[in-house]
Design a protein around this ligand. Structure first.
Ligand code: 39S
Ligand code: MET
Ligand code: ZN
Length: 756
């Protein structure tokens, strides 16, 4: 068996987030385009050198991006909405970033989650007037650059046509096949140029195939690849799937491509079961994801070796067997090298992107031979970790959780208690995190700023923003989350059972990164986490201050979770810990509490058949965190950045008194849901996009409010932005919120007039 190593992609951000810094300083105008491009090239080549040094047999090229690989693909095919083409006298790079971030004249393209990850992609908008063409063969440029600069024979990586179109919008659903054909001719051009330039294998990513659950859908994809094979008969394509199993492995093996890639970590059982029954056709390549590409745990190489050995008979005719990560390492932190503060026993159980490359190499080198000492070291440090942490001490019994009194009864007692105006205004929690605040936090961590000084700064910020909110006239205030680095990491630092890293950054969207905490043992409440800041804010105003927590499902989904404990067990443990925080807030007089669950939808399994089970335990975990409050205590939740249409019943089952939900980047598509689905609790539909620096006019927001009031009762409707404001400047925030308040007041007046 000829074993080769490969990965589907590697982090872009660099060991010290050089990539992020370069982007942000360019956006601020601190760098010329030429300087920016040069720095990006340096980062890109440095990264390739590293992959080369690691001894990978197939090095991905073209997965590097200035923002997002879906956006790259759209721009490559000249899929640029007219609003940008028209309003942009600048360079191609300006247009590219305008699509991602919006400009004064044109709202940004929609952004949404990449399958079930915390990575966001830019949704391509294929408009009526699109003239199909290959504007710029970016993978070719990247392939040639690697070859010419470093002598690397790279493996170009493309988002496949089926997946690309599945994730695009703007064209009629019924014309999917027609658009797919158009795209195929463009892909053929890109691929044939790559092949002519010498690319010996091209990875073509089709993660959407894991969601093709019917034979018909699979057939459509197969047909597309048959057409593509006719257009580029000489190309050597490796069709890569990941994040789940494929329902029809047998059919996939019949696609006219050189090789197929399967995920043997996520969707392991279903993929294995099918693979065991197949013989890989002669001359094909089979690529197996055996190292988890999106979690941080060391791979049990012994187990993976055993797995490969079991499968080996089916590979007798295969030309090559690739062992690789389960998906692109884009979703992994970069390197464990800098994690000097983690307990040794924990660190011995971890592997980040760089270490995962070593694992692949180890597995390859020790597959046939007797094992060497580095293999033994690897396995024994994994064993040390397991012995120290893996035993669960507190196996929380997962049980049904529910507030004792239904919303219909809570509503009237809450109305009496809170006496809010019609269409109350509020925000989602965070206010701008200034550079100053972040630097102070970093200094505080390092010990160069005293606790007293740091806490004073936080308090001052809270006081400033309570005043600003009162001046604007908002009805329900927040403290602003200035003490938090991130809505999940912050709780990871305070709860027991979590570890936080120093530099374990992962790209979330654009230049924005997150540092997911690591859940390595039982999760428990240690001490109040948010009471001090919230209660302080409440002393400064007569208006209600809404407490702000991150929900159990979101904490779980945005952390690196244990893979040996069922998710619902961990989620329920987190919920129990949060319940104590909720109680502490209530005792401190905070009786409006928001428990954010932006990641609830993203955690939805990719297969339809697994949805019910997930939603049941996820919704129940949320309810468990809020279960023990007084009837008058108003529980809010917040969700953003996802398609909510299909889970609206589960959202209702969360039983929050008020939900705020993102709508503006999807241009009000969510609003239509409420025409059929009666959502009968308080709801705020986001009236403006906070991820863009653009300041919305009051009229635009009033229009969204009016449209929403066509389908939702005014009595239940709240006015708020799409999400938290931590990424915006103070100036942008104040201006936008003033307009929002004006929009709400205009809408209130209009309602009153109607009633007269
Ligand atoms: N976990 C998570 N997932 C999420 C979201 C979220 O908020 N959290 N929101 C949605 C959108 N995603 C987002 C993801 C990241 C950020 C974001 O602002 N990230 C920051 C980092 C946040 C952070 O942890 N900041 C640290 C700062 C650490 C730091 O970089 N300090 C500097 C110094 C300060 C500076 O120069 O800025 C240093 O040490 O060098 C802190 O505040 O303590 C960034 O990339 O810039 C926003 C939204 C979906 N997924
Ligand atoms: C990604 S959801 C963010 C919710 C959080 N309370 C904030 O305002 O930042
Ligand atoms: Zn949000």
């Amino acid at each position: 068996m000829k074993i080769k190593t490969s990965i589907q992609g590697y982090p872009r951000i660099g060991e010290q987030r050089e990539w992020k810094r370069n982007l942000e300083s360019f956006w601020k105008g601190e760098k010329t385009e030429a300087e920016f491009e040069q720095e990006m090239k340096d980062i890109r080549l440095e990264r390739l050198k590293q992959l080369q040094k690691a001894g990978l047999d197939y090095i991905p090229v073209g997965d590097f991006s200035y923002y997002d690989h879906m956006l790259d693909t759209a721009v490559m095919f000249d899929i640029i909405p007219a609003r940008f083409a028209d309003s942009q006298p600048g360079s191609a790079l300006d247009t590219y970033f305008s699509m991602a971030r919006g400009t004064k004249g044109a709202g940004a393209c929609e952004m949404t989650k990449w399958f079930n990850t915390n990575y966001h992609y830019i949704v391509p908008e294929i408009e009526e007037g699109w003239v199909p063409k290959v504007a710029h063969n970016k993978p070719l440029a990247d392939y040639l650059e690697a070859k010419e600069s470093l002598g690397i024979e790279g493996k170009p990586v493309l988002v496949g046509p089926y997946t690309f179109l599945k994730l695009s919008k703007g064209f009629p659903e019924a014309e999917f096949s027609r658009y797919l054909d158009i795209l195929l001719s463009l892909y053929a051009k890109v691929i044939s140029e790559l092949t002519e330039a010498g690319a010996s294998v091209i990875q073509i990513d089709e993660p959407a195939l894991v969601q093709a659950e019917t034979e018909a859908e699979f057939h459509l994809a197969k047909q597309a690849y048959e057409n593509l094979a006719n257009l580029v008969p000489d190309a050597s394509l490796l069709l890569q799937t990941y994040f789940e199993s494929v329902d029809h492995v047998k059919t996939l093996l019949q696609f006219p491509v050189k090789g197929i890639g399967l995920d043997l970590v996520h969707g392991k059982e279903r993929n294995l079961q099918q693979l065991r029954q197949e013989q890989i056709p002669a001359g094909k390549v089979i690529a197996l994801g055996v190292v988890d590409g999106r979690n941080v745990w060391k791979t049990d190489l012994e187990a993976q070796k055993h797995l490969l050995q079991q499968l080996e008979p089916g590979f007798a005719e295969a030309e090559e067997v690739w062992i690789q990560s389960s998906c692109s390492l884009l979703h992994s932190p970069v390197s464990l090298k800098q994690e000097v503060n983690l307990p040794a026993e924990l660190k011995s159980g971890l592997a980040f992107a760089e270490e995962k490359l070593e694992e692949l190499q180890l597995l390859k080198n020790n597959y046939a031979n007797t094992v060497d000492s580095s293999w033994e070291d690897h396995q024994s440090s994994l064993k040390k970790f397991r012995e120290t942490y893996q035993k669960l001490e507190k196996n929380e019994e997962v049980r049904m959780a529910m507030r004792p009194v239904p919303f219909s009864e809570r509503q009237s007692v809450q109305e009496k208690k809170w006496r809010l105006p019609l269409l109350p205004t509020t925000t989602i929690g965070s206010f701008p995190q200034t550079q100053e605040m972040r630097q102070a936090r970093t200094a505080f961590r390092k010990g160069s700023l005293s606790t007293l000084h740091y806490e004073r700064m936080v308090k001052d910020k809270i006081a400033d923003w309570v005043r600003i909110q009162e001046e604007i006239g908002l009805d329900v205030l927040v403290h602003g989350e200035f003490e938090r680095n991130d809505m999940v990491e912050f709780f990871g630092e305070k709860l027991d059972g979590f570890a936080v890293t120093r530099n374990g950054w992962v790209q979330s969207y654009g230049s924005r990164c997150v540092k997911p905490p690591i859940i390595y043992t039982d999760v428990t409440f240690a001490e109040p986490m948010t009471v001090k800041e919230t209660a302080y804010a409440q002393t400064l105003t007569k208006k209600p201050v809404k407490g702000m927590l991150t929900g159990p499902v979101t904490i779980l989904n945005w952390s690196f979770e244990r893979t040996d404990v069922p998710k619902q067990t961990t989620a329920f443990q987190i919920a129990q810990a949060l319940q104590e925080e909720v109680k502490a807030l209530e005792e401190a007089g905070i009786e409006m509490i928001q428990i954010d669950e932006p990641a609830l939808r993203e955690g939805l399994p990719l297969k339809q058949e697994d949805h019910c089970y997930y939603l049941d335990w996820a919704v129940n975990s949320f309810r468990a965190s809020a279960e023990k409050v007084k009837d008058t205590t108003q529980i809010h939740t917040h969700m953003c950045y996802s398609e909510f249409h299909d889970i609206i019943d589960s959202i209702s089952a969360m039983d929050a008194d008020v939900i705020s939900i993102e709508t503006s980047r999807s241009h009000g598509e969510l609003i239509e849901v409420f025409e059929n689905n009666v959502y009968d609790k308080g709801i705020g539909l986001g009236v403006y996009d906070i991820h863009s620096p653009r300041i919305p006019e009051a009229e635009e927001m009033q229009e969204i409010i009016t449209k929403s009031l066509g389908v939702l009762p005014a009595k239940l409707f709240w006015v708020n932005p799409d999400c938290g404001l931590k990424t915006r400047t103070e100036e942008e925030t104040v201006a936008a919120l003033k307009n929002m308040q004006a929009a709400a007041e205009q809408a209130r007046n209009a309602l009153k007039e109607k009633q007269l």
